[in-house]
Design a protein around this ligand. Structure first.
Ligand SMILES: NC(=O)c1ccc[n+]([C@@H]2O[C@H](COP(=O)([O-])OP(=O)(O)OC[C@H]3O[C@@H](n4cnc5c(N)ncnc54)[C@H](O)[C@@H]3O)[C@@H](O)[C@H]2O)c1
Ligand SMILES: [Zn+2]
Length: 361
């Protein structure tokens, strides 16, 4: 299989994403092409390091590992501090590169450390979850949670390179894998009917995690995100469309304190809610709403929302970051492959959509 290269061009930096089975084993060459400092620190979690660390170590001889815990509850400033401390103890200077090796939590924490240590050192992401490979490793959002809310502390800091090797997904639990697939479905709905159809058609091969099937799907997701980020690095306009499914999704995460759902699972529900809203307005054909519901259902069961009340959800949405001047901005699908952003969804409409998706009246 030929490596696939996707270029991300933003005002702050241009960098390549390389997607290939075995990309990790060729990391030295890929990093060499980006001409970044050769003293490398790999920030990873104990689990990822145990599963795949030997491979990356072999590929990057001399790289120094820094292991930090990677649950969502460790995505906070204290963990960033642990990275600073390890860097300081090792006398890491400006001529250092941080290589993140893990899921979105590791990428966000270590990316923030890279953005702020000595006012910024070189950063490379080597994402190991499907979600990180299709989403969080691209686009430069780095940061951590605050006790008062998710992702409230952070920065935009583009990496110098992204190295994606689908073969590491072999060890990813099925639930985590599915969580990433929902974000791929999101790209299908916002930007590509072809990608959307492909997930339905190739479902069995996708779950078999064959690299030759996964690599093109990951690459297409990266292309879509790269194009959106190139047009709008700081989410002032078009990038907001990637929040499709994230309004109700984030509310679900808040209501359940980030404990019950994987982020992608919440987004799956959020997409269903947005599609209900759109269909009720006649903004999208009911056949497209159904196609989305069937594709999501076809990937397997989602944790139930039957005990979460519409009231709790509405309340959480009132505190959403996407609230601008008192109006909630919601991304609605208009077809498979196209969306629109509206700011006039009434409480009554939202209530009906939530009930239709299964939230408690
Ligand atoms: N920066 C962005 O633009 C952006 C975008 C989307 C999501 N995010 C963030 O990403 C985070 C979620 O990322 P995630 O879904 O990757 O979760 P995660 O980083 O928590 O990883 C999920 C679990 O998978 C394990 N794991 C990682 N790679 C593995 C592998 N190859 N085999 C077996 N287990 C493996 C991890 O140890 C962890 O337990 C959230 O904090 C979210 O806010 C950021
Ligand atoms: Zn998301």
């Amino acid at each position: 299989m030929e490596p696939i290269r996707v270029d991300v061009t933003t005002a702050s930096r241009a960098y390549p994403i390389t997607i290939a089975e075995g990309a990790i084993d060729r990391a030295a060459g890929l990093l060499g092409d980006s001409r970044i400092p050769e003293r490398r620190f790999i920030v990873s979690s104990p689990l990822v390091w145990r599963l795949h660390g030997a491979r990356l170590s072999r590929a990057l001889p001399g790289a120094e590992p820094i292991l930090i815990p990677d649950g969502e509850r460790f995505k906070q400033l204290q963990t960033v501090s642990r990275v600073y401390e390890a860097l300081l103890r090792a006398n890491a200077d400006r001529a250092s590169t941080i290589v993140t090796f893990g899921g979105g939590v590791i990428g966000d924490i270590a990316g923030f450390a890279a953005a702020t240590y000595l006012r910024g050192v070189a950063l490379v992401h080597v994402p190991t979850t499907l979600l990180a490979q299709v989403d969080s490793a691209i686009g430069g959002k780095v940061g951590v949670n605050h006790a008062l809310g998710k992702n409230l502390i952070g920065s935009f800091y583009q990496p110098h390179a992204v190295v994606i090797d689908p073969s590491v997904l072999a060890t990813l639990p099925r639930r985590e894998f599915r969580a990433g697939l929902y974000e791929v479905i999101k790209y299908g709905v916002t930007s590509s009917a072809t990608l959307f159809d492909r997930i339905a058609r190739e479902r069995t091969a996708i779950f078999a995690k064959q690299s030759d099937v996964l690599a093109p799907i990951i690459a297409e997701s990266c292309r879509i995100k790269a194009a959106v980020v190139a047009a709008d690095e700081r989410e002032a306009g078009p990038r907001r469309m990637l929040n499709f499914g994230h309004t109700a999704g984030h509310a679900m995460e808040v209501v359940t304190r980030y404990r019950r759902f994987r982020h992608g699972e919440a987004v799956a529900y959020g997409m269903l809610v947005a599609a209900e809203l759109a269909a009720a307005r006649g903004a999208v054909a009911d056949r497209d709403r159904k196609a989305l519901a069937e594709l999501i259902a076809g990937l397997g069961p989602l944790p139930s929302v039957a005990d979460l009340t519409v009231e709790q959800m509405l309340d959480a949405m009132k505190h959403d970051k996407k609230m601008v001047a008192g109006r909630l901005h919601v991304v609605l699908p208009t077809a498979v492959g196209a969306t629109t952003i509206v700011d006039d969804v009434t409480e009554q409409e939202m209530r009906a959509a939530l009930e239709n998706v299964g939230f408690k009246r």
